[in-house]
Write a protein that binds this ligand. Structure first.
Ligand code: NAP
Length: 426
C-alpha cells in the first residue's frame, strides 16, 4: 500500500487546509505522513497573529486546525526554521512532496516622499504587534498624538483603523497582547481616517466587516453620503451592480444612517484620496492627498499603510509577481507545491484557502510516483534544538488559556519565544 511523506512548511490556515485535504484523500491504497514545519513555537498563522482580537469568532477555526493536528500521521515541528534548522534541499530529498504555505508577510510600500518618517508604519508591523507576534514584541509606536490615518480600503486597513478608534475597554476581554492593550489604553488617538485611493465602488472591504461598524459602542463612524451616491451612480452606469458590491454599498449606507452620538472617538472613511506625500520634520505631521478636488492636507500624528503584502524571499524558491512562481500550485520541475497567499498572492479570507488547498492537493496526488524510502526529518534537525511538537504546543495553548481564564479573556499570549517555550515545558 503506497505511503507517502509530505512536508508542509507554514502552520497557518493554508497549511492546515492542505493537511486536511491530504487526510480526506486517504484510502485503503493511499496513506500519508504529514510533517508540518513552522518557524514559530506557535501554529495557526494569521489566525493567531493576524485576525483582529475583537473578532474572536473568526478564530474559532483553530478548533478545526487542532482536529487536523490530532489525526494519525500528523506531526507538528514548531520552532523549526526553514533554511536555518533544516534546508529546503533536505525536505525535497526526504519527502515525496513539499507544500509551501509560507504566506506573505512584508507590507507593501507606497513609494512616496516622507514614507520613512518615524510613526509612518506598516500594517505588517502594527497587526502582529497588537497580536503578540514574537518578532514584534519590541516594536515601538507613538500613540501620543490625536489623529491617525490608515491608507488602504481593504479589510486589513479596516482592522487597523478599528483597533485605533475603539475604546480600549472593548479590547479588555480579548486576546490582544498585553503590551498593545497597555499602549492603547494610554493612547491619545481620538480621530482615525481610513483612506481609499479610488471611489467607494472599488473598496476591497467585505460586507460583514462593514456591517460590524455600527456596533461600535464608543466611536462614531462617518462615511460621506455623496461618495456613496456617486459610487452607486458609477457602478450602475457600468450595468447591473454585482451582488457583492451592492451588499458593500448597502452596508456603507447603513453606517451613514446610524445617528452619531457625539463620541470623542471617531472613525471616518475618505474615498478618492491618493496619498502623495507624508510631511514632517522629525516625525509624521501631516499627509497630502491628491483628490478630484485638488490636493488635500490632513494634519496627523500616525500613518499606517495597509495596501497589501509581498512575500519574504526564501532561498531556493523562485518568486514572481508577489508569489511563489507556480502553475495552479505546482512549482514546475520540482516536488514542491504551494498554497495560500504564497500561491495566490495576499488575497482571500481564511475560508478561501480550503478549496484552494484541496485543488492543489489533488494535483499533488496525481503527480505522486514511487514513495521515497528516505529517513526521518528528526535525523536532520540539530540534536539539541528545542522542537515544539503537538503535545508541547498543547501545553503552551493550555497555559495561555488558563492565564486568560483568570482575567476573563480567551487567552493571555506569551509574546517571546523564550516565554512560549517555557510555558510548554513538560
Ligand atoms: P486588499 O483587500 O487587497 O486591500 C488593499 C487596499 O490597498 C486596496 O484598497 C487597494 O486599493 C489599496 N492600495 C494598494 N496599493 C495602493 C497604493 N499604492 N496606494 C493607495 N492604496 C493602495 O488587501 P488587505 O486589506 O491587505 O487584505 C488582504 C486579504 O486579507 C484580503 O482578501 C482581505 O479580505 C483579507 N482579510 C480578511 C479579513 C476578514 O475577513 N475579517 C481581515 C483582514 C484581511 P486599489 O483597489 O485601488 O488597488
Amino acid at each position: 500500500m503506497p505511503h507517502y511523506k509530505i512536508a508542509i512548511v507554514g502552520a497557518g490556515p493554508a497549511g492546515y487546509f492542505a493537511a486536511q485535504a491530504l487526510q480526506n484523500s486517504v484510502t485503503e491504497d493511499l496513506t500519508f505522513s504529514i510533517d508540518m514545519i513552522e518557524r514559530l513555537p506557535t501554529p495557526w498563522g494569521l489566525v493567531r497573529s493576524g485576525v483582529a482580537p475583537d473578532h474572536p469568532k473568526i478564530k474559532t477555526v483553530s478548533k478545526v486546525f487542532e482536529k487536523i493536528a490530532n489525526q494519525p500521521g500528523f506531526r507538528l515541528f514548531g520552532n523549526v526554521e526553514l533554511g536555518k534548522d533544516i534546508s529546503l534541499e533536505d525536505l525535497t530529498n526526504k519527502y515525496d512532496a513539499v507544500v509551501m504555505a509560507t504566506g506573505s508577510s512584508i507590507g507593501k510600500k507606497l513609494g512616496i516622499p516622507g514614507e520613512d518618517l518615524p510613526n509612518s508604519i506598516s500594517a505588517s508591523e502594527f497587526v502582529p504587534w497588537y497580536n503578540g507576534h514574537p518578532d514584534f514584541k519590541d516594536f515601538k509606536i507613538d500613540l501620543l498624538g490625536k489623529v491617525a490615518v490608515v491608507i488602504g480600503a481593504g479589510n486589513v486597513a479596516m482592522d487597523c483603523g478599528r483597533m485605533l478608534a475603539i475604546d480600549p475597554k472593548e479590547l479588555d476581554e480579548t486576546d490582544s497582547a498585553d503590551h498593545a492593550l497597555n499602549a492603547l489604553h494610554k493612547s491619545n488617538i481620538r480621530k482615525v481616517f481610513i483612506t481609499g485611493r479610488r471611489g467607494a465602488e472599488f473598496a476591497a472591504f467585505t460586507a460583514p466587516e462593514l456591517r460590524d461598524l455600527p456596533k461600535l459602542e464608543h466611536t462614531d463612524v462617518y462615511i460621506n453620503a455623496d461618495a456613496i451616491a456617486l459610487a452607486y451612480k458609477n457602478a450602475e452606469a457600468k450595468g447591473e451592480v454585482e451582488k457583492h458590491l451592492a451588499s458593500n454599498l448597502e452596508a456603507m449606507k447603513a453606517v451613514i444612517e446610524v445617528p452619531k452620538q457625539g463620541h470623542e472617538r471617531s472613525l471616518e472613511f475618505l474615498f478618492s484620496h491618493t496619498p502623495k506625500e507624508i510631511l514632517g520634520q522629525d516625525k509624521v505631521e501631516a499627509i497630502v492627498y491628491s483628490t478630484p478636488d485638488g490636493d488635500v492636507t490632513i494634519p496627523c500624528d500616525l500613518v499606517i499603510t495597509a495596501i497589501g503584502y509581498v512575500p519574504e524571499v526564501i532561498p531556493g524558491i523562485h518568486f514572481e509577481s508577489g508569489k511563489i512562481a507556480n502553475i495552479d500550485g505546482r512549482v514546475i520541475g520540482s516536488n514542491i507545491y504551494t498554497v495560500g497567499w504564497a500561491k495566490r498572492g495576499p488575497s482571500g479570507v481564511i475560508g478561501t484557502n480550503k478549496s484552494d488547498a484541496a485543488d492543489v492537493v489533488q494535483l499533488l496526488i496525481s503527480d505522486l510516483k514511487e514513495p521515497k524510502q528516505a529517513g526521518d526529518i528528526s535525523e536532520l534537525l540539530k540534536s539539541n534544538h528545542e522542537i515544539v511538537d503537538q503535545p508541547y504546543w498543547v501545553r503552551i495553548n493550555e497555559a495561555e488559556v488558563a492565564a486568560g481564564e483568570v482575567r476573563g479573556k480567551p487567552r493571555v499570549k506569551a509574546v517571546s519565544v523564550a516565554d512560549l517555550l517555557r510555558l510548554g515545558q513538560p
